[in-house]
Design a protein around this ligand. Structure first.
Ligand SMILES: CC(C)(COP(=O)(O)OP(=O)(O)OC[C@H]1O[C@@H](n2cnc3c(N)ncnc32)[C@H](O)[C@@H]1OP(=O)(O)O)[C@@H](O)C(=O)NCCC(=O)NCCS
Length: 357
């Protein structure tokens, strides 16, 4: 098979034009149909708004591959974060349109991604594949990446949720955790709470990371504000419940969701956690039940609550399965050291190079 002559454009994420984003949105239709045929597509306007609202700490480059006629054949989205614990990582999302696969374009985009990691001094390249799209895992394995984490997308269908159980969990909350109360916050965190909110977010450092080669991220008020600003700028809404220890006023647990603009039938769960010293009082169940009841009451159009959990997070999965969450997708996160990736690419020459050998 002849190897087409690709042209690769590099677009800094913050400089992607509306025209490019619109072209990508159209080109991605077959990828959406392959990966998530039952989900509605995010409207272009919302994708543009999200692309224009990157948190300050996040940046990256999108490599767009065009065929000889100028059409989009694939892309590599490469992102990095100035975030302690993660500032050595290049996150990569490579996709090749089905008609252009197995001609070496994925490899070429991976090569470009490795160059970006080298240029920025990032020592680790990370990517994610979806179990239902087997090409992703085959590709990652081919270039020597290792499995860093297996995660699940779990969904709760609110139309069949056990409302009696929710009532029971919220009634049991103050009985099983008598020294605590819950607080609901919609939108940006009020200034007088921001320090305590940032402190409790650090509980997420105790969530399982399996083999991910990353370390803890200290969460500061400034960091919380940056992510909140990005959510608000994207036109999305956020809700949070916090568990507070009455005697100290400390925030010891949280659960939060994002309500995305234009997605009235679903909400996305962000973080849920209870500090280790305050576990065992059913605060996790109380927080989750309170949030579920709030969604049922205030967002009657929502059918789906969507969350992502590490497959090894037994405590969270146990609560979620009682709430009726079912696995809707399995994701594998892959990682490889940048220098090792460079060596693998050199050992697996591109098809054009192979032909000339
Ligand atoms: C994964 C993906 C980007 C690969 O793109 P591609 O252009 O077909 O990849 P290449 O042609 O460069 O393949 C390079 C090598 O990867 C391996 N590979 C790629 N797709 C494969 C498949 N479906 N089955 C088995 N091996 C595969 C092969 O070893 C291949 O070399 P070969 O064709 O000489 O045997 C593409 O299939 C895709 O977009 N999948 C959906 C999105 C996705 O899962 N992305 C996540 C990547 S971690």
């Amino acid at each position: 098979m002849s190897v087409p002559a690709w042209t690769i454009e590099e677009w800094p994420l913050r400089e992607q034009s509306d025209e490019l984003l619109s072209e990508l949105h159209a080109a991605r239709a077959p990828l959406h149909a392959e990966a998530t045929p039952d989900d509605p597509r995010r409207p272009l306007a919302d994708e543009i708004r999200a692309a224009r609202s990157l948190p300050v700490l996040e940046d990256g480059v999108r490599c767009v591959a065009r065929d000889a006629a100028g059409g989009i054949a694939g892309y590599a989205w490469c992102g990095w974060e100035q975030l302690a614990g993660w500032d050595h990582v290049l996150s990569v999302d490579i996709a090749v349109l089905p008609d252009w696969r197995r001609r070496g374009l994925g490899r070429l985009l991976l090569d470009r991604s490795a160059s970006i990691a080298e240029r920025r001094g990032l020592r680790l390249v990370m990517g994610r594949s979806r179990e239902s799209v087997s090409s992703g895992a085959a590709f990652a394995r081919r270039f020597g990446a290792e499995v860093a984490m297996v995660g699940r997308e779990n969904r709760q269908d609110l139309r069949s949720v056990n409302r009696d159980m929710l009532d029971r969990w919220t009634a049991d909350g103050p009985v099983r955790a008598p020294g605590y109360r819950l607080l609901f916050v919609a939108g940006r965190t009020p200034p007088d709470l921001i320090a305590r909110v940032a402190a409790v977010f650090n509980v997420m450092n105790t969530a399982p990371r399996e083999n991910l080669d990353v370390s803890d991220t200290p969460v500061t008020p400034d960091l919380v504000r940056q992510y909140e600003d990005a959510i608000v700028a994207a036109g999305d809404e956020m809700w949070a419940y916090y568990a507070i220890e009455n005697c100290s006023g400390r925030f010891v647990g949280l659960t939060n969701v994002t309500i995305r603009h234009g997605e009235s039938d679903r909400v996305h769960v962000g973080d849920t956690g209870v500090e280790p010293a305050h576990r065992g009082y059913a605060l996790g169940k109380w927080l989750k039940a309170a949030m579920t009841q709030r969604i049922l009451t205030d967002l009657p159009d929502v059918c789906w609550v969507i969350t992502h959990n590490a497959g090894s997070n037994d405590a969270m999965l146990a609560i979620n399965s009682q709430l009726g969450f079912c696995t809707s997708a399995v994701f594998v996160t892959w990682q490889i050291a940048t220098d090792r990736l460079r060596a693998e690419l050199a050992a697996a020459p591109a098809a054009a190079d192979r032909r000339s050998q």
